[in-house]
Design a binder for this molecule. Structure first.
Ligand code: PGA
Length: 248
């Protein structure tokens, strides 16, 4: 199975011109990375144009955030249908940087349901802010998962991607160990099985948080995840192409 690699550009780059340049470099790198299914999540304002000029099949596009509502008085908001119309097949839901701005787990759960209804695949982000030895991070993640999956019918569980992103590991160079991620993979599966039944065993889990060209391959090989959500390294064309080509 191909590894799912999500390139989350966040609020970068500054201009359409630079976005095209970065996309072209990403596209070129994707052509030799045969074991990778790439999903690019550019800022929404660049999405339609990047989608329109891409003629290949290897790269899919994601919106970084949307509202759950279909339309209405939500200044600055983007609906799922608008994102889909611009070319998004995926949407990142509940990223920690959105949660820090006030997006709740309940809202994330509504967006997940709305995304499934619109035919857009949700990538639900969960992850604790910090870790102590008492293991509280497990209950934190459990609550985010339960709220995120609250409205998902058991038959649709496999249509939701989960990105586990411990907030303390985001934005640096040092990732969580594959061993610790393996423990979390099992915990996430158990939680979804507990909430939704056996279908939860098949849930697809990605890891995100300081994924680099040196730690991506071991994380994929040793932790039980099927993909990676990459932030700052995805906007450095050279590092990102090294990363995806390290996956064979
Ligand atoms: P990072 O970001 O790779 O820069 O840590 C990951 C993310 O926040 O999605």
């Amino acid at each position: 199975m191909k590894a799912i690699i999500v390139a989350n550009w966040k609020m970068n780059p500054a201009t359409m011109r630079e976005a095209k340049k970065l996309f072209d470099a990403t596209r070129e790198a994707s052509e030799s990375a045969r074991n990778v299914g790439l999903i690019v999540a550019p800022p929404a304002i660049f999405l339609r144009e990047l989608r329109a000029r891409y003629k290949g099949k290897r790269i899919a596009f994601a919106a970084q955030s949307t509202n759950a509502e279909a339309g209405g008085a939500f200044t600055g908001g983007i609906s799922l249908l608008q994102a889909k119309d611009a070319g998004a097949q995926y949407v990142i839901v509940g990223h920690s940087e959105r949660r820090a701005k006030g997006e709740t787990s309940e809202e994330a759960g509504k967006i997940v349901v709305a995304a499934l209804a619109s035919g857009v695949t949700p990538i639900l982000c969960v992850g604790e802010l910090s870790r102590t030895h008492s293991g509280e991070h497990f209950s934190f993640v459990r609550e985010q998962l339960q709220a995120g999956f609250a409205g998902v019918e058991p038959g649709k569980i496999v249509k939701v991607l989960i990105a586990y992103e411990p907030v303390w590991a985001i934005g640096g160079e040092k990732t969580m160990s594959p061993h610790d991620m393996h423990e979390m993979t099992i915990f996430i599966k158990k939680t979804i099985v507990g909430a939704k039944g056996e279908a939860g065993m098949n849930v697809k889990i990605l890891y995100g948080g300081s994924t680099t060209e040196s730690n991506a391959a071991p994380m994929l090989q040793e932790s039980g995840v099927v993909g990676l959500l990459v932030g700052h390294v995805s906007i450095d064309a050279y590092r990102f192409s090294t990363l995806i080509n390290s996956l064979g």
